[in-house]
Design a binder for this molecule. Sequence first.
Ligand code: PLP
Length: 401
Amino acid sequence: MSSSKPRDLSRFGPGTRLVHAGRDPASQHGFVNTPIYRGSTVLFPSYDDLQHRRARYSYGTVGTPTVDALTEAWSEIAGAAGTVATPSGLAALSVALMASVSAGDHLLVTDSAYRPTRQFCDGVLARYGVEITYYDPLAGAGIAALMRENTRAVLVEAPGSQSFEMQDVPAIAEAVHARGAENGKGATVIMDNTWATPLLFPPHERGVDIAVEAGTKYLSGGSDLLLGLTSANKAHWPALRRTYDHFAMCPGPEDVFLALRGLRTMALRLSEHGRRGLEMARWLQARPEVLRVLHPGLPDDPGHAIFTRDFAGASGLFGVILKPVPERAVAAMLDGLELFGMGFSWGGFESLVIPFDCTVYRTATRWAPGGPALRFHIGLEEPEDLKADLEAGFARLREAT
Ligand SMILES: *Cc1c(COP(=O)(O)O)cnc(C)c1O
């Protein structure tokens, strides 16, 4: 399929492009999906073709029709010049960062970033001579004041991991790029866009140079897959592709196939996760045990104005701050839940809850929520059943208080 020119889908809406992008049944004997190509070695038809690498495919790490089906579809949906696929979301973030900074450079990272992103910055990039500063996620255009002569990348994430602050991404991107135009040395705006996906926040249209998606979450939709995608605009695509090829950070073909399968229904699932998530957030907000709900889709959330301006909707992940209770009461609430599972990751069909505490790793801002914090992912169970499960949980919490 990849030898044929990708179809022009630009006149269609995002949901339609999601169904048709990266797929050419005519080149697959009419079968709807591109099959799983497994392989390391690719044979060249002649000596001359081999010497001049004259072939669409040359080696398994560099690309296969299965991988290209996914990356072409993702570029179409994200509005990117190109996309690379990686074996996890964290790998997608690391390749974005490695493509953007070198020894002696300065990197700005939002204090609300996914914690393993921080660990990669502090544990790997710092060892290679990159200086890292964490900044207040609400900096907005004020990011310009934090930029140094050698600032080469700025990492954003909206809303923040666990804490759900909404960043003004267009304002940050504009300020960063204006600084680059001034001193002739640009900085790359990198975004972890996992929460929204390009369906709810088109990253490159909003000024992001390199966008990262943990496909592990909504691309899979089944908690059965680890995968990442890193997309870039035209200016940053060559550097991203080069870095990716140096690492040969290619995912396994079955995982890519599963991601393609999930991709086709992602719009439908995401809108249901979003709708049910907001319903549950409102219900939780009205509970006497709850101090605050962290969900930018709620009208009284501090990030709501930016959210309605920049986002087409919410996904199913949000936070809840409980009124102060002893830890044993939180444990009693969570231990007896029948439908909500306790575990990391999210984006699958099932509801999840985990306790979290940002105080242990934040460095630029103080996290003082006023009570125990829980992160919820709302799955595709019936909301009434989820409410009953939580209602019983709150009864256990009160009893143990
Ligand atoms: C899960 C997650 C990642 C990492 O994805 P993995 O596939 O688990 O490595 C990155 N960013 C965010 C915001 C995530 O939630």
